[in-house]
Design a protein around this ligand. Structure first.
Ligand SMILES: *Cc1c(COP(=O)(O)O)cnc(C)c1O
Length: 463
């Protein structure tokens, strides 16, 4: 009897996997042609999900059918070629397929003994990322959910290293009563960096803000006095303009005083793969820690944040835990490098994406999306619109005139569904942001989107 049940469960499991694979395939086929934002009807239908917790089981086939019916239509088609919102990447085919396999594996990436493959792939991915980004080979790191978490991980490590210099053991004694650490950020620091600072006990407001220029770059000539008790946070890629802080000057000043430099390079750091952008990305390898996202520009899929730290022993001192059942070994143990213990094996998709792209593929992806951003900027200007930023990488800021007109154009673009772009306020000006971050975007996608944007803008401006 027991055997029969197991066999029954096995065939059931295969049937439901085939169903999910079929639904996923048709979703992928349709993602390039469907409207980008979901229809209003699809969003309204989500209300049907709010039933009381079911009293009895539901057949797995029916669960997946329901999920597809109600869910697929209410997604935002970020995997198609015409989603330009926030800085959200798509997902290269090898990463998606690897994600399916990793789901079947259901590995816990906390410890090597729980999953040798997960532990090994993490190491490979971290080394490849350092190679791709031109970061020192001695770096250590951890795979976390997102750049916010990666910023947090790096800041906690910096906190430990700097306080240790004053003889304060923050891991044992905490932050209360500890010697003060000064934190320096730029005027256009990403909001998530401030959140990470608050999580790490530094406070969102207890920072020195250095004036930024018109593109959002830190003014290196305005840096305050630094010391070996200072953390300077710089950016590789401003979320609005794509601008890079002057890392050469900042790192030089920091080095002289023994300050710690942390780089928020959520997407922009990946431009380091291309010699074309060397003039922007120089000097970032001189920092002490870096945060980036593989789910943005490299198109690995969610959730794939990466924290990298030059001083691996400081990272392990901050993130490691000891327990009777955790015997120390000589090999890298993932959980001693991240805030989390149990974790999905997120190195799998990163490995698959990086393996499938290779250096030249990743470089082509970065350069192609930047070229698309240039095409957008050119087309918008030809359409009589104002581009607010120097388009240096993949980010374009466009204004449609008065703030209320710009907001209305954005609303109508989202409603139209040809493409999806979000709003922002850049140094006091309401703007629409176009971020070209997907491997899937083609010139045709850019042209179709430009046509829709200009048509809607002309309509709104004549109102
Ligand atoms: C996107 C972004 C973040 C936050 O990334 P998450 O992965 O959403 O946490 C931080 N900094 C910059 C510059 C970003 O572009």
């Amino acid at each position: 009897m027991a055997t029969d049940t197991a066999v029954g469960a096995q065939s059931k499991s295969e049937e439901v996997l085939s169903l999910a694979a079929d639904k996923a395939r048709s979703y992928v086929r349709g993602a390039g042609e469907r409207r980008v934002g979901p229809s209003e009807a699809a969003v309204i239908a989500l209300a049907e999900l709010h039933e009381p917790f079911p009293l009895s089981p539901c057949d797995a086939m029916a669960v997946i059918k329901r999920l597809d019916e109600i869910g697929s239509a209410a997604t935002v088609a970020t995997t198609g070629g015409r989603y330009f919102g926030f800085v959200n990447g798509g997902m290269v085919p090898a990463a998606l397929a690897a994600n399916w396999l990793a789901g079947a594996w259901n590995q816990n990436a906390a410890l090597r003994v729980m999953s040798p493959i997960a532990a090994e792939l993490e190491e490979v991915v971290l080394r490849w990322v350092c190679e791709a980004l031109g970061l020192p080979p001695e770096c250590s790191g951890g795979l976390v959910t997102c750049a916010t978490m990666a910023n947090f991980t790096a800041l906690v490590t910096a906190r430990h290293a700097l306080l240790a210099r004053s003889g304060w053991d923050v891991v044992a004694d905490g932050v209360f009563g500890a010697p003060p650490i000064e934190v320096v950020v730029g005027g256009e620091v990403h909001a998530s960096m401030l959140k990470a600072l608050s999580l790490a006990g530094f406070g969102r407001k207890r920072v020195t803000i250095v004036e930024a220029d018109g593109q959002g770059r830190i003014r290196a000539d305005k840096l305050p006095r630094l010391s070996d008790q200072t953390i300077v946070c710089i950016q590789a890629g401003n979320v609005n303009t794509g601008a890079f802080d002057p890392a050469v000057e900042v790192c030089k000043a920091a080095r002289e005083q023994g300050a710690w430099v942390h780089v928020d390079g959520a997407f922009g750091l990946w431009a380091r793969i291309s010699p074309k952008y060397e003039h922007l990305t120089q000097g970032f390898d001189q920092a002490d820690s870096w945060a980036t996202d593989a789910h943005k520009w490299p198109n690995v899929g969610y959730d794939s944040g990466i924290a990298i730290v030059r001083d691996g022993s400081a990272l392990r001192a901050s993130m490691g835990i000891t327990a009777a059942y955790l015997e120390p070994g000589s090999l890298r143990e993932p959980m001693h490098h991240t805030p989390e213990a149990s974790r999905r094996a997120r190195g799998v998709e990163s490995w698959a994406a990086l393996k499938s792209l290779g250096r030249s593929g990743l470089r082509a992806l970065i350069e192609r999306t930047c070229a698309h951003a240039q095409r957008f900027a050119q087309g918008l200007k030809e359409g009589g619109l104002e581009v607010l930023n120097d388009v240096v990488i993949n980010q374009v800021l466009v204004s449609f005139g008065r703030p209320e007109v710009t907001r209305e154009v954005i609303r109508r673009i989202q409603e139209d569904g040809t493409c999806w772009c979000g709003g922002t306020v850049w140094q006091g000006k309401t703007a629409m942001r176009i971020s070209v971050s997907s491997w899937a975007t083609t010139e045709t996608d850019v042209d179709r989107s430009l046509q829709a944007i200009i048509r809607i803008a002309n309509h709104c401006r004549s109102m």
